[in-house]
Design a protein around this ligand. Structure first.
Ligand code: NAP
Length: 235
């Protein structure tokens, strides 16, 4: 049985992915802050054959990460696939940002991914592991009011490519899934001001199935990036 570690698994894309992987027979290691939601997800998946372990972890606190991931990895499952999905958005002019907001979004969307990889990737070496980093079409665009988010996702895409090169000889693959708008709770978060019509956005399930498909690629090939956009276009 294969194991996937998913960050940001309490809601949105991460929760959808956890369900799809469990239905496909994967064991799950899950991370988010909201322990109640993780517990309810475990309950929802109790009829699947999957082993499920989770820890509550605030990825915006760089000093919690090592200890909590260590705890999670101590449950006895070694991840074959790592999905760095947890992420946040912030809207507003770049230069109006408070320093704390700047540091927060970089910690969440970039540094925490680096920290999680530092703990997990060494366990995957030589075993054909795969890292999937959840990026956005914002990585390739300059959207006014979304500059901080664009910058973090562009850096995440670069991090992914460099990591893939460095870990290739260790039989580890790394890729991005680059998404257009997805109908999730991110649009309701306090730091996002946007009132796009969500009807034409991608669904969580559509993204989750693409994540599973990336995870199921043969070990001797890599889809370096999968870009998934709503057919209605970018918004
Ligand atoms: P979401 O519905 O807001 O879910 C975000 C997940 O991240 C939640 O499980 C949340 O769990 C977790 N999270 C947030 N802050 C955290 C923290 N401090 N520590 C640990 N976990 C934290 O967002 P989503 O739309 O599913 O986004 C998932 C990923 O997709 C993100 O990287 C996002 O940038 C990317 N993406 C989304 C879209 C879109 O349109 N939705 C488009 C392109 C890319 P807790 O609150 O329980 O901690």
């Amino acid at each position: 049985m294969s194991t996937v570690l998913i960050t940001g698994a309490s809601r949105g894309i991460g929760r959808g992915a956890a369900k799809v992987f469990a239905q496909a027979g994967w064991d799950l290691l899950l991370i988010a802050r909201d322990e109640e939601s993780l517990k309810s997800l475990e309950e929802e998946l109790k009829d699947t054959p999957s082993k499920i372990f989770y820890v509550s972890l605030d990825l915006s606190d760089p000093f919690q990460i090592d200890k909590r991931i260590h705890e999670l990895l101590g449950k006895g499952l070694i991840p074959t696939v790592l999905i760095n999905n947890a992420g946040v958005a912030w809207t507003g002019d770049l230069l109006s940002m408070k320093l704390e907001s700047w540091q927060w979004i970089i910690q969440m969307n970039l540094t925490s991914v680096f920290q999680v990889c530092k703990k997990v990737v060494p366990l995957m070496r030589g075993k054909g592991g795969l890292i999937i980093n959840v990026s956005s079409h914002a990585a390739r665009n300059a959207f006014p009011q979304w500059g901080a988010y664009c910058m973090t996702k562009a850096a995440l895409a670069s991090f992914t490519k460099c990591l893939a090169e460095e870990e290739r000889l260790n039989s580890i693959r790394a890729c991005t899934i680059t998404l257009g708008s997805v109908n999730t709770s991110i649009w309701d978060t306090d730091t996002v001001q946007a009132d796009f019509n969500r009807d034409s956005m991608l669904s969580v399930e559509q993204v989750a199935y693409q994540l599973l498909s990336l995870a199921q690629q043969p070990e001797n090939q890599i889809i370096e990036d999968l870009t998934l956009m709503p057919a209605a276009g970018a918004f």
